[in-house]
Ligand binder design. Sequence first.
Ligand code: ADP
Ligand code: MG
Length: 245
Amino acid sequence: MSEVLVSVEHVSKSFPGSAGDELRVLDDITLDLREGEIVALLGRSGSGKSTLLRTIAGLIGPTRGTVRYRGDELDGANPGTAMVFQTFALMPWLTVQDNVELGLAARGVPPKARRERALRAIDLIGLDGFESAYPKELSGGMRQRVGFARALVLEPDVLLMDEPFSALDVLTAENLRTELMSLWQRHDFPTKAVCIVTHNIEEAVLLADRVLVLGTNPGNVRAEVEVDLARPRDRKSPAFAALVE
Ligand code: ADP
Ligand code: MG
């Protein structure tokens, strides 16, 4: 059995409601993210997908239950994860290079190593030549590439993505999705598991080994689907090309 990297155990999350009551967003969610797998969290808008992903990242704490990384209960940010956001969340006053280096700086990586790692991530994700550009000079697709570089440069065990392609036009999304799968397939970055939030069922089935469907009010896992299309994920293969057409 492959190693469990992240475990979510009976997690519930409530927010204060507008009428002084509580808004229950997640209800008793239990799931594992294991080495080697891509898991999609699928659900309607408002079903708590982002809340669950943020809880896994340790950006917010659960109201009840536990999130563990390699067996250790989280105490703040999850050190094994990095996140890609729907609307990129880049720092507009920083260049591509500085955006990518920011998280490394926060983790105390010295400047020279920071620079080298950032340049590698920038190259990997197809941003070569854009190191000195500012986010406003880039297209949406290129901005999200910066979002990916910024996450991958941290070499997280688990890459968390919150609707990473939904702000992009269809063709751009498809290109980036296919490139990402190709990098994943070739082990071009050391990430061991991916968790992607999406409301797009095709995307979920195309990318994931396992799809968890979140129900609404309050969000809990309503269904779990193993995806086994026995499909090659190498985009150079005709079978893969046919799938993403
Ligand atoms: P999804 O990503 O599936 O669209 P979210 O996790 O963003 O869903 O939100 C689920 C519900 O939780 C929504 O009703 C949203 O308004 C509410 N919610 C999310 N974050 C907060 C917060 N920080 N404070 C209060 N309510 C929140
Ligand atoms: Mg969301």
